[in-house]
Write a protein that binds this ligand. Structure first.
Ligand SMILES: Nc1ncnc2c1ncn2[C@@H]1O[C@H](COP(=O)(O)OP(=O)(O)OP(=O)(O)O)[C@@H](O)[C@H]1O
Ligand SMILES: [Mg+2]
Length: 248
């Protein structure tokens, strides 16, 4: 694989080989409707690109925006998509790219897409998409606008239909901050919200390998407004505590 300097930077900072991802859909508790939607919109074109070369399906946009509070499983979902479809995974932290030196950011943005093309099938996961807007809102330098323009241009390039094995998944905690032009390119937007009682139930069940129904009930009922990440930390702390007791 021949890479230019910027592609190498992205490769070393963001690339995860499919075999290196252990996250699977069944490890994600709750989010049933979201998982199903992802299945239709993303895994289908990745697995059967031949059906997306003709007719209206050619215009299928292979992108999706996941938004919602922190710790609700957005990153997990994106990793699982890549792993289960055997695609390479580019985990791009947008704020890191927009904070680069003048001139470097645009080149890195371009490199994300050119690298992904070389790695196909590939899932480009762009975390903190709102950082793109921050880049555009400070209009005092022209170069911030260049970053976002470069982004749009590359995006439109992959949306032209010949690259159906490239998927873009964006994530943000601040969807209302996103630029209209960015939103237009992500017509599929999925809210990943805090888990309901039933979803907390499934999350705790996934987290605790032991199937202790009463305990799972007990936790789920007392953790309203907790995120999946909060629940993970709770279970982890409890496990450490009980290990400590055991070793005493
Ligand atoms: N639905 C879930 N099922 C199981 N574990 C979960 C779930 N949601 C979150 N977690 C746990 O919380 C951790 C953090 O989740 P994740 O990184 O996917 O959140 P996020 O939505 O990307 O958050 P952020 O917006 O802060 O990036 C996961 O690694 C996992 O251990
Ligand atoms: Mg995340």
């Amino acid at each position: 694989l021949e890479l230019n300097a910027h592609e190498k930077t992205i490769m070393s900072g963001c690339f995860v080989a499919p075999a290196g991802i252990r996250t699977r859909f069944d490890q994600i508790g709750g989010l049933g409707a979201t998982k199903e939607l992802i299945d239709d919109l993303i895994r289908l074109p990745l697995r059967h690109p031949q059906f997306f070369q003709h007719g209206i399906l050619r215009q299928n946009t292979t992108g999706m925006l996941l938004f919602g509070p922190p710790g609700t499983g957005k990153t997990m979902l994106a990793r699982a998509v890549a792993a289960e479809s055997g695609a390479a995974f580019l985990n791009v932290q947008m704020s890191r790219i927009t904070n680069m030196y003048v001139g470097e950011s645009e080149k890195l943005v371009k490199a994300i897409f050119t690298l992904a093309r070389k790695l196909q099938p590939c899932v480009i996961f762009i975390d903190e998409m709102d950082a793109l807007l921050r880049a555009r809102s400070s209009h005092n330098h022209g170069y911030e606008t260049k970053i976002i323009n470069e982004f749009m241009q590359e995006w439109d390039g992959i949306a032209s239909g010949q690259h159906q094995q490239l998927i873009v998944i964006g994530a943000t905690n601040r969807p209302f901050d996103l630029d209209d032009a960015v939103l237009r390119r992500l017509p599929r937007r999925v809210m990943v919200s805090l888990p309901t009682l039933q979803e907390r139930h499934s999350i705790v069940r996934v987290l605790l390998t032991e199937d202790r129904i009463e305990l799972i009930h007990w936790i789920a009922e007392r953790t309203q407004d907790w995120s999946g990440s909060d629940l993970k930390n709770l279970c982890l702390a409890a496990a450490l505590h009980s290990l400590k007791e055991h070793l005493r």
